[in-house]
Design a protein around this ligand. Structure first.
Ligand SMILES: Nc1nc2c(c(=O)[nH]1)N[C@H]1C(S)=C(S)[C@@H](COP(=O)(O)OP(=O)(O)OC[C@H]3O[C@@H](n4cnc5c(=O)[nH]c(N)nc54)[C@H](O)[C@@H]3O)O[C@H]1N2
Ligand SMILES: Nc1nc2c(c(=O)[nH]1)N[C@H]1C(S)=C(S)[C@@H](COP(=O)(O)OP(=O)(O)OC[C@H]3O[C@@H](n4cnc5c(=O)[nH]c(N)nc54)[C@H](O)[C@@H]3O)O[C@H]1N2
Ligand code: SF4
Ligand SMILES: [Mo]
Length: 905
């Protein structure tokens, strides 16, 4: 198969050494511009804004684990400069450690983890290409510098708002006081006129910084309308709690003992950039065989796997049912043992008629559904193959291989759970995994990897505390009181957020009741959901219907572009810093790098200034200053001792330290002096393969299910889950069977046909897949020209399809879905399954106002508000058509001007 050009590869040691010699941006600017001895902040801004050409092929994934010297980090050459541990706070699926070399108040170079010798057991926490390009975002030309107001907008709603001009009006600079007065006035007016629900806060994916500012202020005012149903984990978010299979894989050391790892819909080389891929490489070195099941012969599959099976998006449930059929029909406990009857019997309910919960019809069991006992349709490999596209023989072979391998881990990303059949898929993984006996044993698992490597696999056993401040506040050991939104039962589903406004329809709240959407003011912060939520074109219409839209961000994102008032927010480099967990074994404390740029302020400062104007209790809003809040979590963090029983404090604290840090606290003994930790920024818990910390989810449960009952209704893993069925029914979006059945999803494969029987294709003959590409973390970094150039953003298309459409690599196509149209250059590659197209998600939508076509390739222009059974977004896939574009030539986006912001006088 032809490799996808320019796409993320696993880099070689030499490439890595070359790359790390100089940071891409610095290398580039030095070559082109010639670096003055000392640069000013302003000239740096100019450079990063202009620096676009000549950086191709610079970065791939974060590549941990090579033991060469990082030439950028000698420290001795740069007199009077300091390395500062600095945040990369992207929601990126991994976690790198970044350091900034600060000289005369300017960041002149980027560095990464050098805190200990790099070994496979204790790899360094290297930053990826995006972290190393942070300067491109923080000092970039489209950094928002001042509060701004849209010229034709006036407060008070109605015609004076000129909502129709959102996204195409001019900006004028205003003062902070003017901005805050306008915002406070509008919040009050909208609340008084339409109730608290008149204020809509999109988002719903907790960002690193959490809802500890504007959101909390709204909660203290009696609540506001928030968004629901949009999370990384798709259907897992609800289904995991109901069926009992949590999103957790085994410890990385344990996985090295696996004979076979099946990576199902998993591309860590792109979406867990850094250590997870490196860990899989250690497994491979230890002799593990890898098989990939994916739509896309992705870079991880190319680097790691011995076999690849292609399946269509959203059809994995059919494939797993086909595999279950193989085991059921071929199992013979004596001669050909394939099914773990003991585990099914002791630890699950609903597998067969003898293991049904009280009150359930015995006929509704899983085994009889798979065999087709009552519906006459065996879910055999041939049946599955027609739906999922994988050959029947491959389905059978995979099922047998998994069942016959003593130590087999089946690891799935949450991607297939973010499709229309996501809820069923969670149960399919559980049902097949339980049958094959791969749950709760060393070297084995049937698990979703949860999308975030830094949260995965038993880290709680190694350290406590150290989660990021704010968003996971409920979990942190020390921190201000967590406050709920008093109106949280009324949250609006992400799929109905725009339709309920544009079509003036009722939406279904979290409690299952129907509500009108009275939103008249949208307040965007910490997210870019107009871009990242489904149906961006509908979203733009909804924005244009508002009285007022406020957006606060560092950079001029899509939400900012369509807003009325835009506030400049300081980056984490301009704030006190945070204490957070990285990967499983590292704890990171980042520090302030530079003074706030221009007129930027932190979100909390904005909230406090608004609280003044709105009469909100500032003490309740912000009980602790940053330094104290961070100190509290650092002081409370604990690390497991070698005995695997007792815990040490992470840091030692003296009275002098308290005075130096300017915080209140109690002296304590710990592993490292607190000021050393603050200076170095990183603490690594050493690991060895035999350190007795090889966490295996469900191991205790498998051994004694009664003593370790799960939190499900039955206390067991629920192959038949009455609670899921009832809960979904109560939500009112759709129905869900208590056992996993294949149900064709909205905008799935079946809908690409006008006639399923004759296989005549319909108006939207292709499925399209959204990918988490290396270029950005969602829409974060999507404006950085260097990254745009280093990582391409094409439409991936199989040669057969390209021939049908009549296009070649490099030519531009128009992609049309039910929801919008966008342009992309094509990359013809056998790595994408025929009939399926692939495109990265996260590009900042750029609508041509004349044609209504998006030139940036924003996935959510194509993805519609297709609600899944559990009320989640099915944004991993939808259906579309493609044709060759004969219009104006598409200029590569790394040559585009920075998004228009108010220019400095
Ligand atoms: N570079 C980068 N990394 C990221 C992010 C990012 O934006 N950029 N975002 C982070 C976040 S918040 C999240 S939630 C995670 C998401 O991480 P993932 O869910 O792992 O990412 P995806 O790229 O959507 O999908 C992973 C693989 O699943 C395949 N796939 C998609 N749908 C299906 C399907 O229906 N069936 C099968 N069999 N395969 C399928 C894709 O082809 C891809 O190879 O990524 C994190 N990491
Ligand atoms: N079609 C499609 N859509 C998807 C996905 C997909 O696979 N396909 N993936 C989905 C997933 S898994 C996720 S997690 C979401 C993520 O979607 P979002 O939650 O919208 O994440 P980002 O695009 O990273 O946007 C975060 C924004 O917060 C800003 N920001 C960062 N720090 C601060 C701060 O301190 N203050 C303020 N005010 N702003 C800050 C950043 O500049 C950035 O603009 O996207 C989802 N959207
Ligand atoms: S994007 Fe993720 S892996 Fe890359 S430097 Fe930032 S936190 Fe680290
Ligand atoms: Mo996510």
């Amino acid at each position: 198969m032809a490799p996808a050009s320019g796409a993320g590869r696993i880099c070689t040691a030499r490439e890595k050494a070359l790359r790390e010699e100089t940071d891409p941006m610095e290398h580039e600017t030095m070559q082109r511009e010639g670096r003055p001895a000392s640069i000013t902040r302003r000239s740096l801004l100019k450079w990063t804004g202009l620096a676009t050409v000549g950086t191709a092929a610079l970065g791939t994934t974060a590549c941990a684990g090579f033991n060469e010297t990082d030439l950028a980090d000698t420290g001795t050459k740069e007199d009077a400069s300091t390395w500062v541990p600095c945040s990369c706070w992207a929601d990126c699926g991994s976690k790198g450690f970044n350091k900034a070399l600060v000289k005369n108040g300017e960041v002149v170079r980027m560095g990464t983890d050098q805190s200990h010798t790099d070994t496979p057991d204790c790899p360094q926490m290297r930053a990826c290409a995006r972290g190393r390009s942070l300067r491109g975002m923080i000092f970039g030309a489209d950094r928002i510098k001042y509060p701004m107001k849209r010229k034709n907008w006036q407060p008070g709603g109605g015609e004076n708002a000129h909502g129709e001009l959102r996204g195409r009006d001019e900006w004028e600079r205003i003062s902070w006081d003017e901005a805050l007065d306008l915002i406070a006035g509008e919040i009050k007016r909208v609340m008084d006129t339409y109730g608290n629900e008149g204020i809509l806060l999109p988002g719903g994916v907790p960002q690193r910084l959490g809802d500890f500012d504007i959101g909390r202020m709204m909660y203290l005012m009696g609540g506001c309308l928030e968004q629901n149903g949009a999370v990384s984990s798709g259907a897992w978010t609800e289904m995991a709690k109901l069926i009992g299979l949590t999103e957790d894989t085994n410890d990385r050391m344990d996985l090295r003992t696996s004979e076979l790892i099946v990576l199902w819909a998993s591309n860590p080389a792109w979406s867990r950039a850094g250590l997870p891929t490196y860990d899989y490489m250690q497994c491979k070195a230890a002799g593990t065989k890898f098989i990939s099941v994916d739509v896309f012969y992705n870079p991880t599959a190319r680097a790691l796997t011995d076999e690849f099976i292609a399946v269509r998006p959203g059809t994995d449930t059919a494939m797993l049912l086909g595999m279950a059929h193989v085991l059921l029909t071929q199992d013979d406990p004596e001669k050909n043992p394939l099914i773990d009857w003991d585990f099914l019997d002791r630890c699950t309910i609903g597998f067969d008629a003898d293991h049904m919960p009280a009150g359930a019809d015995p006929k509704d069991n899983f085994a009889d559904y798979v065999l087709g006992t009552y519906d006459g349709q065996p879910k055999d490999p041939a049946w599955a193959s027609e739906i999922c596209g994988a050959p029947a023989e491959a389905i059978e072979k995979l099922a047998l291989e998994i069942a016959r391998t003593e130590r087999c881990a089946l690891i799935m990303s949450p991607a297939p759970a973010r499709t229309g059949s996501g809820a069923q898929l969670c149960q399919a993984l559980l049902s097949f995994g339980a049958m094959a006996g791969i749950i709760g044993k060393p070297g084995c698992c049937a698990a979703s990897d949860c999308g975030h490597a830094w949260m995965q696999g038993g880290w709680k056993q190694l350290h406590e505390g150290g989660t990021y401040l704010g968003c996971f506040l409920k979990d942190t050991v020390a921190g201000p009181e967590y406050i709920e939104n008093p109106l949280s039962y009324k949250k609006v589903n992400v799929n109905q957020m725009w339709t309920s406004i544009v079509n003036e329809e009722e939406y279904i709240g979290v409690d299952g009741n129907r509500y009108e959407n009275p939103a008249h003011l949208i307040y965007d912060r910490h997210e870019n959901f107009l871009n990242q939520g489904p149906a961006t074109m509908l979203g733009i219409e909804a924005y244009r219907k508002m009285d007022t839209v406020i957006a606060q961000n560092l950079v001029m994102t899509t939400t900012c572009k369509y807003a009325d008032i835009v506030l400049p927010i300081s980056s984490m480099w301009e704030r006190y810093g945070i204490f957070e967990q990285a990967y499983r074994e590292q704890l990171i404390w980042t520090s302030q790098v530079v003074e706030p740029l221009f007129e930027c302020r932190s979100d909390m400062d904005v909230a406090l200034a608004l609280a003044d104007r709105l009469g909100v209790d500032k003490e309740a809003l912000c009980p602790e200053a940053d330094a104290q809040a961070v100190f509290n979590t650092v002081a409370a963090a604990k690390v497991l001792n070698e005995d695997n029983e007792t815990w040490d404090n992470l840091v030692t604290i003296t009275e002098d330290d308290l005075a130096t840090l300017g915080v209140e606290g109690t002296p304590q003994e710990g592993r490292v002096p607190i000021l050393d930790f603050k200076r170095d920024g990183i603490y690594t818990i050493e690991r060895t393969p035999d350190d007795g910390r090889n966490f295996v989810p469900f191991q205790a449960f498998r051994e004694d299910p009664e003593a370790n009952a799960l939190k499900t209704e039955s206390g067991k893993l629920e192959i038949y889950c009455r609670a899921a069925s009832e809960k979904v029914h109560g939500w009112g979006f759709a129905e869900l069977d208590p056992i996993c059945k294949y149900v064709p999803p909205t905008e799935g494969y079946e809908e690409t046909f006008a006639d399923w029987e004759t296989k005549e294709k319909g108006e939207y003959p292709f499925q399209i897949l959204s990918l988490h590409i290396l270029r950005h973390s969602h829409s974060t970094f999507a404006n950085v020209p260097n990254l745009r150039e280093a990582f391409d953003h094409p439409l991936y298309m199989n040669p057969l399809d390209a021939e049908g459409v009549g296009v070649q690599t490099g030519e531009t196509v128009l992609i049309t879905s039910k929801w919008g149209r966008c342009l992309r250059p094509v990359l013809v590659t056998e790595t994408m399954m025929p009939g399926v197209l692939g495109m990265g998600q996260g590009a900042w939508v750029e609508i041509d106002e004349e044609t209504g076509i998006d030139k940036a390739g924003c996935m959510n222009v194509l993805c519609g508000p297709n609600v899944t059974t559990t009320g989640f977004q099915s944004w991993n896939t939808c259906i579309c058509n493609v044709e060759k574009w004969d219009g104006e030539e598409l200029v590569p986006d790394y040559l585009w001007d920075a998004r228009e912001v108010f220019k400095e006088e």
